[in-house]
Design a protein around this ligand. Structure first.
Ligand code: HGY
Ligand code: MN
Ligand code: MN
Length: 414
């Protein structure tokens, strides 16, 4: 067994794994549509399980489908050091969001095995179920179950827009495991992820040393007006739900502009009956508010709720609004951030500290174990887009720093 401290990952093998798994849910535009617990997700989970077992890892699955692949270390009496992220994607997702974190961890594990390197603590890779929250809201749902934020029953009950339940889908694809959520322990978690924003690229930095995640809140709004004939209903007598949604969407955008660097977005909208010559009687849309400061988020929430109530009143439509998710701002573990800094230095990359604009499983895991993240750039900061692109060298840099950081933490615990 060697005990060198600067093991080198295999960049080509990592790239090949990224391209090989991109076939599961590949889209004509070069992205990935691998919605959580879909058939495509099952295929990539099966692939991931096989690859980890080939390395001699034990693979466990918990009751909400979270996957844990563990390689033993010298010590049997200490909890593993984990590297985790997610394999599910947005409907028009890219090849790297989440995937780089899981496959970068696999590459780190493959390197340890290749080099016959025995760590002090066991090392683990985690694939968290339903990070995206696109098919089943909210996001980071099953790392949230692991962290005790949601119950397994709540997760099972979540329905997609076709009223299919997450619990039934987990059963159907064979990933409703027998381990209790939260029962499989680890002493720390590092998450490698693409930045999904433009900062690292703009500053020509290879690595983001992530210090925390901003606060995030999701809401659902249902508007009810009156369906009527577009030709025979005078403008002044209409109760137009879609017009209400349009004005509210603009008002929500203004809330974001009034609280920079906060953000406010509407991403999903449904219009009923969606017929070209019917004044829309009903509209449904989702709201996503984020800011690093919880106090400002409270203000944004109040302003948005007041604005939509005023608009509903003006247009004589009814409005139902509810918050379905609140993930408070999170700070990561200083001792793990130090390991990332060591990992960056050993690898010889330029880096900068930054908070994460996007949500990640690490935000919930930080509640139950020391956690931190490592970012690499993505082209033009574009993500949640089939054109999402991170280079061969950037992927390799991230995986190398991930391995270095894990080994630095392992040595600090020895
Ligand atoms: O919404 C998010 O920030 C994450 O991509 N699920
Ligand atoms: Mn992600
Ligand atoms: Mn994402």
């Amino acid at each position: 067994m060697t005990s060198k401290t600067n093991l080198t990952i295999n960049p080509q093998r990592l790239w090949d794994a990224l391209m090989e798994t991109a076939q599961y849910g590949a889209t004509p535009k070069g992205g990935i549509k691998r919605l959580t617990v879909s058939d495509e997700d099952k295929k990539v989970r099966d692939w991931f399980k096989r690859e980890c077992e080939k390395l001699g890892c034990t693979v466990q699955v918990d009751e909400v489908g979270n996957m844990f692949a563990t390689r033993s270390g010298r010590r049997k009496d200490v909890a593993p050091i984990a590297m985790g992220s997610h394999l599910d994607t947005q409907p028009t997702g890219g090849k790297f969001d989440g995937v780089l974190g899981v496959l970068g961890a696999l590459e780190a594990m493959r390197t340890l095995v290749d080099m016959g390197y025995e760590t002090n603590a066991p090392v683990m890779i985690v694939n968290w179920t339903n990070e995206e929250g696109s098919r089943f809201a909210p996001a980071m749902l099953c790392s949230g179950v692991y962290a005790g934020v949601f119950t397994p029953e709540f997760a099972y009950s979540r329905e997609d827009r076709q009223a299919i339940k997450l619990g039934d889908e987990l059963e159907r694809i064979g990933y409703k495991g027998k381990e209790k959520a939260g029962a499989i322990k680890f002493q720390a978690m590092f998450e490698l992820h693409i930045e999904q924003g433009p900062i690292l690229e703009a500053e020509s930095k290879m690595i983001g040393v992530v210090t925390g995640v901003q606060g995030m809140r999701w809401y659902e709004v249902t508007l009810k007006g009156q369906e009527s004939h577009t030709g025979a209903t005078p403008m002044g007598l209409r109760k137009n739900a879609l017009l209400g949604a349009a004005r509210m969407i603009d008002a929500i955008n203004t809330v974001g502009l009034n609280h920079l660097p906060g953000v406010a977005s509407v991403g999903l909208i449904e219009n009923r009956p969606n017929s070209r010559n019917v004044v829309p009687g009903e509209a449904f849309f989702t709201v996503d508010l984020r800011h690093p400061d919880e106090g400002v988020l409270d203000l944004m929430e109040k302003e948005y709720q007041e604005a939509i109530a005023r608009i509903a009143d003006e247009l004589r439509i009814t409005m139902e609004e509810k918050r379905i998710w609140k993930s408070p701002a999170v700070k990561f573990a200083p001792e793990l951030i130090t390991c990332v800094r060591e990992g960056v230095k050993l690898a010889g990359f330029q880096s900068r500290d930054m908070a994460s604009g996007a949500g990640h499983d690490a935000a919930y895991i930080a509640r139950v174990a020391p956690t931190t993240m490592i970012f690499v750039p993505c082209l033009n900061g574009i993500s949640h887009n089939e054109e999402e692109s991170t280079t061969f060298d950037e992927c390799a840099a991230g995986a190398q720093v991930l391995l270095n950081a894990v080994l630095a933490h392992d040595r600090s615990q020895a």
